[in-house]
Design a protein around this ligand. Structure first.
Ligand code: 3S5
Ligand code: MN
Ligand code: MN
Length: 349
């Protein structure tokens, strides 16, 4: 049975003394005891079973004792086109039953050295976006207070703005790796300052970003002008349009990005519509000619070594995702984010 927090967890699933896959158990009186929460294996707990937390990790109400947490924001009232991202967190959790605790390519073993749990969802206002943003900011001020690194299941991209506000209050202005089809730097949408196409304009205005350490990657599609990304470049952002990286491995680029980011705090914001709709159709504002799943993995894996202080995966809209592949991809990308947080042990180092 999994018990949340840094209390010792009694592992009774196997009921025998022997190496327990996915943990570093201590055997005391014939009962396995683990220091960290470990997601149950699909070989022990049937995949369709269990409480639908992220990776079926223990659920706790706050971040006490946690190094990292998964947290949902069921928000979609900032969306400019097809809605439905309010159901994103729930669907990502559902598809996360496919995830196993180890990364067999990078060797990351996040549950060997970090205490991780799912802290549920932020109680947002579904009728008032500005109030929702305020509630998210207040919730994240508490979430990050003890240094816990939030990995957020979205929710539309509006939510990154209040998260960055809370992150700035804790860490100061941060570097940003922003993966998206869209720059999300509009001044207004339908006259509103707060919407899913404006969070990074607001973030700059509020001084939340260290603008020399911002990457926007995957941008594409038709524009409202012929130079929609000029504003970003004027701020000092590095902009990598999708066309620049078609057919390419992103490992060399990420080496440059690591040099750009240095040792300061960095936030990672991944809009699932950065991926081509062939890979991730379940989103509200799709754009053709996007990144492959492989490139998405390369970007996140390329963030290893950065001083990451949190990340989000936004814009999953399950109603447009009949196969579940979009939410499945999102769940995997969130796991990859966990794998590159500072302090994660790597088995083959
Ligand atoms: N999907 C996001 N985050 N933004 C869309 C921007 S826009 O299409 O509304 O201009
Ligand atoms: Mn976006
Ligand atoms: Mn987008």
């Amino acid at each position: 049975m999994a018990v949340a927090g840094r209390r010792v967890l009694l592992q009774t699933l196997r009921g025998r003394c022997g190496p327990l896959e996915g943990s570093r158990p201590l055997c005391t009186s014939g009962v396995w005891q683990q220091k960290f929460n470990v997601p149950p294996s699909g070989n022990d707990l049937p995949r369709p079973g269990g409480i639908a937390s992220m990776m079926r990790l223990p659920v706790q109400k706050d971040t006490q004792g946690l190094d990292a947490c998964f947290v949902g924001i069921p928000l979609d009232i900032g969306t400019s086109n097809r809605s439905g991202t309010r159901f994103g967190p729930r669907q990502i959790r559902t598809e996360s039953v496919m995830l196993r605790p180890y990364n067999n390519w990078t060797g990351a073993a996040p549950f060997d050295s970090l205490q991780v749990a799912d802290i549920g969802d932020v109680f947002i206002n579904m009728y008032d976006l500005k109030d929702a943003v305020k509630k998210i900011r207040e919730a994240y001020a508490k979430i990050v207070a003890n240094g816990c690194k939030p990995l957020t299941l979205g929710g539309d991209h509006t939510l990154t703005y209040p998260i960055l506000q809370a992150i700035k209050a804790k860490y100061g202005p941060v570097g940003l790796v922003h993966v998206d089809a869209h720059a999300d730097t509009s001044d207004t949408q339908l006259g509103e300052k707060v919407a899913h196409g404006t969070p990074f304009r607001r973030a700059v205005e509020d001084g939340l970003l260290d603008c020399r350490r911002v990457l926007q990657i995957g941008l594409r599609g038709t524009g409202n002008s012929s130079d929609d990304y000029g504003w970003s470049r004027q701020q000092g952002f590095r902009v990598v349009q999708a066309e620049e990286i078609w057919y390419k491995s992103l490992a060399p680029l990420m080496e440059e990005v690591r040099a750009q980011m240095g040792t300061g705090p960095v936030y990672l914001s991944f809009d699932i519509d950065a991926l081509d709709p062939a890979y991730a159709p379940g989103t509200g504002t799709p754009e053709i000619g996007g990144l492959t799943s492989h490139q998405g993995l390369e970007i996140i894996r390329g963030c290893r070594g950065l001083n990451l202080v949190g990340g989000d995966l936004v814009e999953v809209s399950p109603a447009y995702d009949p196969s579940g592949n979009t939410a499945l991809t999102a769940a995997n990308l969130l796991f990859e984010m966990l794998c590159v947080l500072p302090g994660v042990q790597y088995r083959r180092d």
